[in-house]
Structure formats: structure tokens, C-alpha cells
Design a protein around this ligand. Structure first.
Ligand SMILES: CC(C)(COP(=O)(O)OP(=O)(O)OC[C@H]1O[C@@H](n2cnc3c(N)ncnc32)[C@H](O)[C@@H]1OP(=O)(O)O)[C@@H](O)C(=O)NCCC(=O)NCCS
Length: 157
């Protein structure tokens, strides 16, 4: 029987989280994310992982900056997407945040004005989970050497 478990991540989960991240390369996570950002962030940021039969199939991590909480990374193995795992991870994070009195949660992602199909599902996911666009800004991508529109989504908890 398949058994899915959500739990807080520990430093021992780093390799398993990185494996999931690499399966999302290059469609969602670029070279800079895989080689530079995630190897550090996934060791330092707190978060939760989803395990199916003992194997990590998804993760969510977050940061706190002077009381403002932002999702840093979320990723579900492509073979396990659209099964409610992302929703479960996010709900677990939200309930943990509510317990300590956090009122808002933010996440940054590729904006609708940047035409790139894979991120349609990412924005569909955040909207379904109750996030709304707060602002859109131009940022520079080290990978492409070009500017793109980055949206900040916010949800009231
Ligand atoms: C975004 C992501 C984390 C969602 O995780 P998931 O486990 O696949 O999502 P869920 O199954 O919990 O989906 C919840 C809802 O989100 C929406 N959604 C999710 N995937 C969708 C898709 N491919 N198309 C349209 N809507 C989608 C739906 O409303 C869905 O509810 P429903 O299945 O009842 O219709 C996952 O797609 C992913 O890992 N994407 C690649 C990495 C990424 O984009 N990270 C974020 C970078 S900012």
C-alpha cells in the first residue's frame, strides 16, 4: 500500500530534496538554482518534506525576515504532481505559521506577463491555494542573461 507522510525536514533530507529538485531541472529550476542557490538554501532553510514509501517526493522550504515569511522553494517530483502533495505541504506550513501568529505568507514566481508555459501550473496552484498577486517587478536572470517579470504572491493566513 502506498503511504504518504508529511514531516518537518532535517539535514539528513538534503540529498533526497536535491534529487527531487534535479528532476525539475531545467523546466522549473534553472542551472543557478540547482548549482548555487538550492545546495545552500535547502541545507539552511526550514521546511517540510513529503515521503511516499520512505522516498522523498516533494518539499517546501521557507524563510523568515524580520517577521515576514516567504516560501523559498517548493517542488514535487513530476511523477507525483497533481495528487494533492503540494497542497498538503503548503497546508502543513500554513498551520505551523498560524500557530505562531503569522498573518501573511508570500512567494515569488514567474509572472503571467513572462510567457513560459511550465509556470502556468505553478501560478494555478498558488491561486487555487488562495494567493493573489501583490506586485510584479523586472529582475535579471543569471541563466538567460535577460530580464523577466517576477510576481510576488501573498496570502492572508
Ligand atoms: C506547483 C507544484 C508545487 C504543485 O504541487 P502539486 O502537488 O502538483 O499540486 P496539487 O496536486 O496539490 O494541486 C492543487 C491544485 O493546484 C492546481 N494545479 C496544480 N497543478 C496544476 C496543473 N498542472 N494545471 C492546472 N492546475 C494545477 C489545481 O487547482 C489543483 O487542484 P485540483 O487537482 O483539485 O484541480 C508542482 O506543480 C511543482 O512541483 N511544480 C514545479 C516546481 C515549481 O513550480 N515550484 C515553484 C517555483 S516558484
Amino acid at each position: 500500500m502506498v503511504f504518504m507522510k508529511i514531516r518537518k525536514s532535517t539535514e539528513k533530507d538534503f540529498a533526497g530534496m536535491m534529487e527531487v529538485a534535479k528532476r525539475l531541472y531545467p523546466t522549473w529550476f534553472d542551472k543557478t538554482a540547482i548549482n548555487e542557490s538550492m545546495p545552500v538554501d535547502l541545507k539552511i532553510h526550514k521546511g517540510y518534506i513529503a515521503e511516499e514509501d520512505g522516498k522523498i517526493v516533494g518539499f517546501i522550504t521557507y524563510t523568515s525576515d524580520k517577521g515576514k515569511i516567504e516560501i523559498s522553494w517548493i517542488g514535487i517530483d513530476p511523477n507525483y504532481q497533481r495528487r494533492g502533495i503540494g497542497s498538503k505541504l503548503l497546508k502543513r506550513l500554513e498551520s505551523g505559521l498560524r500557530q505562531i501568529g503569522v498573518k501573511e505568507l508570500r512567494v515569488k514566481t514567474v509572472a503571467e506577463s513572462t510567457i513560459y508555459k511550465p509556470y502556468d501550473q505553478t501560478r494555478a496552484f498558488y491561486r487555487k491555494m488562495g494567493f493573489e498577486v501583490e506586485k510584479v517587478e523586472k529582475v535579471w536572470s543569471k541563466d538567460t542573461g535577460k530580464e523577466f517579470d517576477l510576481a510576488t504572491f501573498v496570502k492572508k493566513l
